[in-house]
Write a protein that binds this ligand. Structure first.
Ligand SMILES: Nc1ncnc2c1ncn2[C@@H]1O[C@H](COP(=O)(O)OP(=O)(O)O)[C@@H](O)[C@H]1O
Ligand SMILES: CCC(=O)OP(=O)(O)O
Ligand SMILES: [Mg+2]
Length: 402
C-alpha cells in the first residue's frame, strides 16, 4: 500500500478524454483534466482548468500519453493504487462494475461494435493504463449498468421477438454512471428529498440522453441498443425513421456501413447546421443570426422537450427535471428554450437562477411557482468510477493477502 494512495479515473468520451486523480481515502479530486477536440488539429489538454495546451499527437493514444506525463511531472505515478475506466457498452455480459482481466477485455471487445465511437476509445485507455501501471487493479464501470432495472416493455423494440431471443436485440441505455450520480445528488435539493420521487434527467453533452428515474431506479431512457437512438447529438442523428434510411440507401446507393457512418459522425448538430458539432460555436452563430445554426438549435431543443415529456409518462410521480452534461450544465439558452417548450407541464424557470454560472454547483433554476422543480446538477462520473474502483480494487487486494 502507498503512503498516499490515489485512484486514477479515465473517461474516454466520443470527443474528449477526461481524467481525474482522487485521494483514495477521501475521494477528493487532487488533479483533473480534459483532452478536448480529439482527432482534430485543435486537440488540446487542459489541466485543473488552466490554459489549454495543444497536443503533439491528436488521437486517443496521444491524449493518454499527455495525461500520463502530467502524473509523472507530479510524481503521482507510483501512488496510483487503482485505475477506474468508463466503459460505455457492457451489453448483456456486464450488469455491474468488474475487475479488468484479459477475459473481460475480450468480452468488452465483443460488444464494442455496438458502441463504436466509445468502446474502442475506452479499450485504448484500458490497454495504455495496464501497460503504464502493471499490477495495479483496473476496474471497468459500464454506462449500461444503471439501466439493468428497465422492464421488458421499456427495453424491447417492436421487432419480431425472435430477434431479441436469438440475437439479443434490445435497448440498453447509456450515460448510466452520470444518471446514477445525478439521481443520488438530487435528493439533496429542497423539494426532492423524498425517497419516493420521480425525476427526468437530461444528460446533454456531445452524446445526449434522457433518463426517467423513479425512487432511484432507471425506468426508461432514450438511448437504445447503441448510443445512436433518441436525442439529436453533436454528430449523431438520434431517432430516425428506418424507412427513411432504407429509402436513402436505394436512392443514393450508399451501403449500410456508409449510412451508419453518416448517422454517427456527420449528422446531429453538425449535419443540421453544416457548421459545427460544438454548441458553443452554434450559440455564437445563433446570436450572429446564422439561420442554419438557429435551425439546428431549435431542432435539438424540440427533440429534448419531446423526449422529456415522453419520459415523464414512465414515472409514478413527476417531481423534477435535472439538467447535466457539458450543455445541460453550461447552456443558459438551451435550458431556457427547453423549459419554454415544457410550459404545458406548468414548468417555469427563474431567469436569474437560470443565468447563474455552473461553478456554483448544483442549483434549482425553476421559479417558486413552477409545478415541477428544475435543477442543474454538475455530473461527476469520475467520482462514481473511483468509488467502484476502490470497492472492487480493495476486495481484490484483500483476496490477494488472504
Ligand atoms: N459554456 C458552454 N456553453 C454552451 N455549451 C457548452 C459550454 N461548455 C461546454 N459546452 C458544450 O458541451 C458539449 C460537450 O459536453 P461533454 O459532456 O463534455 O461531452 P462528452 O462527454 O460527450 O464528450 C459541447 O457541445 C460543448 O459545446
Ligand atoms: C455512450 C454514451 C455517450 O454518448 O457518451 P458521451 O456523451 O461521452 O459521448
Ligand atoms: Mg460524457
Amino acid at each position: 500500500m502507498n503512503n498516499y494512495p490515489v485512484v486514477l479515473t479515465i473517461n474516454c468520451g466520443s470527443s474528449s478524454v477526461k481524467f481525474s486523480v482522487l485521494d483514495a481515502q477521501t475521494c477528493d479530486v487532487l488533479l483533473s483534466g480534459i483532452c478536448e477536440e480529439i482527432n482534430t488539429d485543435k486537440a488540446c489538454l487542459t489541466v485543473n482548468d488552466g490554459e489549454p495546451v495543444i497536443l503533439a499527437r491528436q488521437d486517443y493514444e496521444g491524449a493518454l500519453a499527455a495525461i500520463s506525463n502530467e502524473l509523472e511531472i507530479r510524481n503521482l505515478n507510483n501512488s496510483v493504487e487503482f485505475v477506474g475506466h468508463r466503459i460505455a457498452h457492457g451489453g448483456s455480459l456486464f450488469s455491474q462494475s468488474v475487475l479488468i482481466t484479459d477475459e473481460v477485455i475480450e468480452q468488452i471487445r465483443q460488444v464494442s461494435p455496438l458502441a463504436p465511437l466509445h468502446n474502442y476509445a475506452n479499450l485504448h485507455g484500458v490497454e495504455s493504463a495496464r501497460a503504464r501501471f502493471p499490477g495495479v487493479p483496473q476496474v471497468a464501470v459500464f454506462d449500461t449498468s444503471f439501466h439493468q432495472t428497465l422492464k421488458p416493455e421499456a427495453y424491447l423494440y417492436g421487432l419480431p421477438y425472435r430477434y431479441f431471443e436469438e440475437h439479443g436485440v434490445r435497448r440498453y441505455g447509456f450515460h448510466g454512471t452520470s444518471h446514477r450520480y445525478v439521481s443520488q445528488q438530487a435528493s439533496e435539493l429542497p423539494g426532492l428529498e423524498s425517497a419516493n420521487s420521480g425525476l427526468v434527467i437530461a444528460h446533454l453533452g456531445n452524446g445526449a440522453s434522457v433518463c426517467a428515474v423513479q425512487n432511484g431506479e432507471s425506468v426508461d431512457t432514450s438511448m437504445g441498443m447503441t448510443p445512436l437512438e433518441g436525442l439529436i447529438m453533436g454528430t449523431r442523428c438520434g431517432d430516425v425513421d428506418f424507412g427513411a434510411m432504407a429509402w436513402l440507401a436505394r436512392q443514393t446507393g450508399q451501403s449500410l456501413d456508409d449510412l451508419e457512418q453518416v448517422a454517427n459522425k456527420e449528422s446531429g448538430l453538425l449535419g443540421l447546421s453544416g457548421l459545427s458539432s460544438d454548441l458553443r460555436t452554434l450559440e455564437k452563430a445563433w446570436h450572429e443570426g446564422n439561420e442554419r445554426a438557429q435551425l439546428a438549435i431549435k431542432t435539438f431543443v424540440h427533440r429534448i422537450a419531446r423526449t422529456i415529456g415522453a419520459h415523464a409518462a414512465a414515472l409514478e410521480s413527476f417531481n423534477g427535471i435535472i439538467f447535466t452534461g457539458g450543455i445541460g450544465e453550461n447552456s443558459i439558452l438551451i435550458r431556457r428554450l427547453v423549459s419554454e417548450r415544457l410550459r404545458v407541464f406548468g414548468i417555469e424557470l427563474d431567469t436569474e437562477r437560470n443565468n447563474q454560472p455552473n461553478r456554483i454547483g448544483q442549483r434549482i433554476i425553476s421559479s417558486d411557482n413552477s409545478a415541477i422543480i428544475c435543477a442543474v446538477i454538475p455530473t461527476n462520473e469520475e467520482k462514481m468510477i473511483a468509488l467502484d474502483a476502490l470497492q472492487l480494487g480493495q476486495s481484490c487486494r484483500l483476496a490477494e493477502y488472504a
